[in-house]
Design a protein around this ligand. Structure first.
Ligand code: MG
Length: 258
């Protein structure tokens, strides 16, 4: 999940042991993403994908889907198709078609600690522009993670993401941002996908954040559908989303959702 804007961000630091718990939850989360990715095919509904993700998570003792009921969200997984950016509600009426892209975004709670990650998956055969959108978004996430070091500031992460995306002629969503994660699914600290080097708070070891570029083919502008959840691109062009939960450590970024 991603976040709108809030005030008073705090940096909540986690102990090495808490980070290890998050990494264990992150392994389960990744398994859920892979299970859903492997099930993606023309004809499957987003409700079926949600059930696969939820069952995978609950198959691990102590693990729970963190988004179920969060702020009233009805599903376990946010599942968003094509021009939908984030927070799509799983539905038996939403069926995937050849050439679509589908984003599965899920959180896991394990032993009181939370992780959050997302991937965008092609359905059958996708066109070249859409493939480039997926590649660039994944590359932007990798660059954002690489910038998540104790020498850097929050602005360095956003700058790394934005530079890659805009060099390819795509746009980064600004109305939704990454966030602190760990003690809760959404801590108040914001991690924008745009920014300037050395701006914003300095990153410190023990900080755990969700880095999640949302990248659009066309305009960066968004709107929210009447279901009050699904955020779509204002121009109905496609959007992709890749997300990892990352810990800042003395040794550099540690990806917790592998
Ligand atoms: Mg998130």
């Amino acid at each position: 999940m991603s976040f709108g804007s809030t005030a008073a961000p705090a940096m909540l630091l986690k102990s090495p042991r808490e980070i290890d718990v998050m990494a264990r939850g992150g392994v389960i989360l990744r398994g859920a993403l892979v299970a859903m990715r492997d099930a993606v095919k023309p004809g499957i509904s987003t409700l079926e994908l949600d059930a696969i993700g939820e069952a995978f998570i609950r198959g691990h003792p102590g693990a729970e889907p963190a988004f179920k009921g969060l702020y009233g969200f009805p599903g376990s997984v946010c599942i968003s198709i094509n021009e939908e950016i984030v927070h799509g509600i799983p539905s038996r009426k939403r069926v995937l078609n050849d050439g679509d892209i589908v984003t599965v975004d899920v959180g896991v709670k394990l032993d009181g600690m939370y992780t959050d990650a997302a991937i965008t998956v092609p359905v059958g055969t996708i066109d070249a522009l859409t493939q480039r959108l997926l590649d660039v978004t994944e590359r932007a996430l990798a660059a954002g993670i690489a910038a998540a070091t104790p020498e850097n500031h929050i602005g360095d992460i956003g700058h790394a993401v934005q530079s890659i995306v805009e060099a390819e002629g795509f746009s980064v969503v600004r109305e939704l941002v990454g966030h602190g994660v760990g003690f809760s699914p959404h801590e108040e600290l914001q991690i924008p996908n745009y920014g300037k080097p050395k701006r914003g708070k300095k990153l410190v070891p023990g900080l755990t954040i969700a880095i999640e570029p949302m990248v659009n083919v066309g305009t960066a502008k968004t709107r929210t559908l009447s279901d009050k959840w699904t955020v779509v691109t204002a121009d109905a062009k496609r959007s992709a989303h890749f997300e990892h939960t990352v810990a800042i450590t003395e040794q550099g970024p540690r990806i917790l959702t592998l």
